[in-house]
Design a protein around this ligand. Structure first.
Ligand code: UT7
Length: 322
């Protein structure tokens, strides 16, 4: 049996940090409101000239170094993002070119905050079937370029960054199962109003911003993150006490706490980076994973569950033996 296994991890966060104190000077908000409602203390913001692909290249190189693979070894690229450099060519081809990776299939996956888990799930299938031998899977966003900095209900939430993994075949268990879902009836609760076939030319960039009914999103997020995490555990006959780590989407500390509580999982087993990264959308899970791998909490052989939820709504879970 061939499994796909994470051979290396990496991340990149833009240098510029925006604190809650900085935001207090920009909109009618307070450090106290942001901390108590979201847990967020700071977030990283890309520079004007930085492209999402630039963040990806740095995170990918970091992951390739940790996996001990070179550009020549990569035979497929998946990128989960909602904030690509261009509408086309797709961001994975841009990264391929920037990194000198030989000709290979390049996928861009748009599933909002679930983008990385969607990408990882698809990449896993290519590795398991033997169609790919060394896949770069990246979750990345410069989501702050979609933000209205005068809208206090959203501008305090988001941050930029990129996380990456290298996926390789292995005889030892790696990714055990992946569980994806989506329900398009919730579009109006979280979306970005400007697209190609609706009103790109008419709207103009200044007219657009992330639209979110935060409270409604919150409730569905907790319910769905719990359900899909449980689905992944049940599918593998894994009891909760066998799970070493939950790496959930980092949107809001209260969502993470409520999900852990519903799952009856102690917070000591939950990786939390929302405090220092904010909500980085598709980048949040690979960023959090890399932080915990590199600081030594997540160790080889441990059982890890990724749990994602985002606009669409989309959701997904991946249970893996690291
Ligand atoms: O990543 C994909 C999915 N996204 C999410 O999962 C986000 C889900 N939602 C959330 O995280 C939370 O709903 C928010 C953090 C967005 C909001 O927290 P909340 O506890 O749901 O607050 P609320 O929207 O009910 O607003 C409460 C109050 C309102 O004032 P009134 O109407 O009670 O007078 C808001 O106007 O807080 C006010 N408010 C703020 N006050 C200070 C909203 N934003 C701010 C702000 N600073 N930045």
């Amino acid at each position: 049996m061939i499994y796909s296994k994470i051979a290396g991890t990496g991340r990149y966060l833009p240098e510029r940090i925006l604190t809650n104190a900085d935001l207090e000077k920009m909109v009618d908000t307070s450090d106290e409101w942001i901390r108590t409602r979201t847990g967020i203390e700071q977030r990283h913001i890309a520079d004007e000239e930085q492209m999402t692909s630039d963040l990806c290249v740095k995170a990918a190189q970091n992951a390739m170094d940790s996996a001990g693979v070179a550009a020549d070894d990569i035979d497929m690229i998946f990128v989960g993002t909602t904030s690509p450099d261009l509408i086309f060519p797709n961001i994975a081809t841009i990264i391929q070119h920037k990194m000198g990776i030989p000709a290979c299939a390049c996928y861009a996956v748009e599933a909002a905050c679930s983008g990385f888990v969607y990408a990882l799930s698809a990449a896993d299938k290519f590795v398991r079937t033997g169609d790919a031998k060394c896949v770069l899977v990246i979750g990345a966003e410069i989501i702050t370029k979609l933000i209205d900095w005068d809208d206090r209900s959203t501008c305090v939430l988001f941050g930029d960054g990129a996380g990456a993994v290298v996926l390789k075949p292995s005889g030892e268990p790696g990714i055990l199962s992946t569980h994806l879902g989506a329900d398009g009836q919730y579009q109006q609760l979280l979306y970005y109003p400007v697209g190609v076939s609706n009103n790109l030319a008419a709207a103009g960039v200044g007219d657009s911003r992330i639209m979110m009914s935060g409270n409604d999103v919150f409730k569905v997020a907790v319910k769905t993150l719990t359900a899909v995490a449980q689905e992944a555990l049940d599918a593998n006959d894994v009891d909760l006490d066998e799970l070493d780590w939950l790496v959930p989407h980092q949107a809001n500390l209260r969502i993470i706490q409520a999900t852990a509580k519903r799952l009856k999982l102690p917070m000591e087993k939950v990786i939390q980076t929302v405090q220092i990264h904010g909500n980085t959308s598709a980048a949040s899970i690979p960023l959090a994973f890399d932080v915990a791998v590199r600081d030594g909490r997540i160790k080889r052989g441990q059982l890890v569950l990724f749990d994602a939820f985002g606009g669409g709504f989309t959701w997904g879970a991946v249970l893996l033996r690291y």
